[in-house]
Design a protein around this ligand. Structure first.
Ligand SMILES: [Zn+2]
Length: 227
């Protein structure tokens, strides 16, 4: 597997993977999406909410606000609080936290508060993975598109599309035969959230994937021992 055209910025990255296959690239993508741990608000105790926004929708919005932590601490004793009256607009900036180690992303709009409207709540934090819920996802939109080597724009890989035409199904161009004989490469792009660098995110995703495969190999070996 070769990696070329790599651009790793703080919160977004793109790279081209050569000599690989769809299952391998997709396994890395899914690992990035589902298996990297992150903290999020998981329980919201609402003591006052006389806005038109229902409690469950308000809780959902609070849960999806990205929060970061750089070290591991006991999350049971860490809580977020909102106590705000209108008229104003409620943003993530209005959330206070009992621990200075938790960083809350600023500027996330929650809801408007009109005259005499008041929201008072407490949030409990948990650690989880994207497999449990989207609020724990540490990557945004990890995706790949395939091209033939030397081509930079997405191509049509649909079956039954005539060569060298624009595909009616996907709207992309089906390359002519001389291009189709070049190797296929995979262009992977993703963004990171949760204070993790894009290189760490990719490395951890691959480590999780390798650990899973090693576990599988150990299990298979044990089956052989029984026989
Ligand atoms: Zn197509």
């Amino acid at each position: 597997m070769n990696i070329t055209n790599q651009v790793f910025e703080q919160d977004r990255a793109s790279l081209t993977i050569e000599n690989s296959s769809i299952p391998v690239v997709n396994a890395i993508r899914r690992s990035m999406l589902c298996d990297i741990p992150m903290i999020a608000v998981s329980k919201v105790h609402i003591t006052k909410n006389n806005t038109p926004m229902p409690d469950d929708m308000l809780s959902h919005r609070i849960g999806l606000i990205p929060i970061y932590i750089d070290t591991s601490i006991d999350l049971e004793n860490v809580h977020l609080y909102i106590d705000k009256s209108g008229p104003c607009e409620l943003y993530s900036d209005d959330i206070s936290c009992t621990s200075d180690l938790i960083r809350i992303v600023k500027g996330v709009f929650i809801c408007p508060l009109y005259n005499d409207q008041h929201i008072k709540l407490k949030g409990d934090i948990e650690i989880g993975t994207g497999k449990q819920h989207a609020r724990f996802q540490r990557s945004v939109a990890p995706c790949y598109y395939m091209t033939h080597k030397g081509i930079s724009t997405p191509e049509c890989f649909c079956a039954n599309t005539t060569l060298d035409t624009k595909c009616e199904r996907c709207g992309k161009n089906k390359q002519p035969l001389d291009v189709q004989q070049r190797p296929i490469v995979y262009n992977l792009t993703f963004e990171s959230i949760g204070g993790i660098s894009t290189t760490d995110l990719l490395t951890q995703s691959i480590q999780v994937l390798m650990a899973k495969l090693q576990n599988m190999a150990i299990t298979i070996n044990q089956l052989e021992d029984i026989d």
